[in-house]
Design a binder for this molecule. Sequence first.
Ligand SMILES: *Cc1c(COP(=O)(O)O)cnc(C)c1O
Length: 388
Amino acid sequence: MPIKVEDYFDRDTFKKMKAFADQKETPFVVIDLPTISRAYDQLGACFPFAKTYYAVKANPAVEIIDLLKDKGSSFDIASIYELDKVLAQGVGPERISYGNTIKKARDIRYFFDKGVRLFATDSEADLRNIAKAAPGAKVYVRILTEGSTTADWPLSRKFGCQSDMAMDLLVLARDLGLVPYGVSFHVGSQQRDISVWDAAIAKVKVIFERLKQEDGITLQMINMGGGFPANYIAKTNSLETYAEEIIRFLKEDFGDELPEIILEPGRSLIANAGILVSEVVLVARKSRTAVERWVYTDVGKFSGLIETMDESIKFPIWTEKKGEMEEVVIAGPTCDSADIMYEHYKYGLPLNLASGDRLYWLSTGAYTTSYSAVEFNGFPPLKAYYLD
Ligand SMILES: *Cc1c(COP(=O)(O)O)cnc(C)c1O
């Protein structure tokens, strides 16, 4: 099935982006800032009681940080480098959370010295480091969640701990002089099964209750992470449907008196605003009789498309060429055989596709530039342009 641009962009936005793209040499991403602004507003309208902490790793461009700063967003930061960048744009430390559970003691101190007072954790070793390097700070504990099979880009296993341990850590936090502030989870990025939030919120509820009854600790915050959908080939429910369901789960467990709710969107805010424009380098067949064509493009896994690993994220690809379609393998330009984007999932591209034709990878605003290699095979990092 050919990709229809209208399923992903309004006509005028696409026209504007394409006109800009026509003047630039590939490969690059072009990102429409008003689309991000609308996505931010839409999320706010869906969850009017929640506070948004933008997950900077999705796309750390200063243009995006500035835009979201002006719109009142807070920021979820994972390293001292992201911190410096966001502070340099004039974001105050009270709008920053150190959301990475894997951090050096001296980096915790760096955040604390810059004024950050909100820290995620999921292990005793990290918690003790926080107590020493950030005395008196607020901490929230990240729990493990299910949902790795229904998220296109899971964030499970590596992060979070079991509920029992989360409770132990929150009690220990109090005993170490920290503020046991709340619980966080991330159900996996591009999570297509909304019911996973139900299970996660139920776990949080148990932790809130047990700590109150058994330890006299009143938690104040739930950080529901990211996982909200962007528009790729695999369809999802609308954000509105996600919100309705998730709010229902929250109310079932917490009633009308909700604790402070934090959201940490990355993908859902940014992805749909971007188009990665690449050029076909070669179209080839591997034998005289091979049916399948290989389409090699000037972008690949190392220049922004790492999320095609295991063919996890299936980006919609549009071309101006029309006509009869045929299945292809799509691969990047480097001398590495891992640099194949799609081989098992069969994309159809027009039979008359040829060297020099452009491919437009839609929904590529998030997790592309920030994943691009610096100089593999000498190819420069992916360029990006931001349109007002
Ligand atoms: C990556 C990440 C996010 C963003 O997740 P998306 O699915 O891209 O919205 C949010 N919170 C944390 C802690 C993360 O690591």
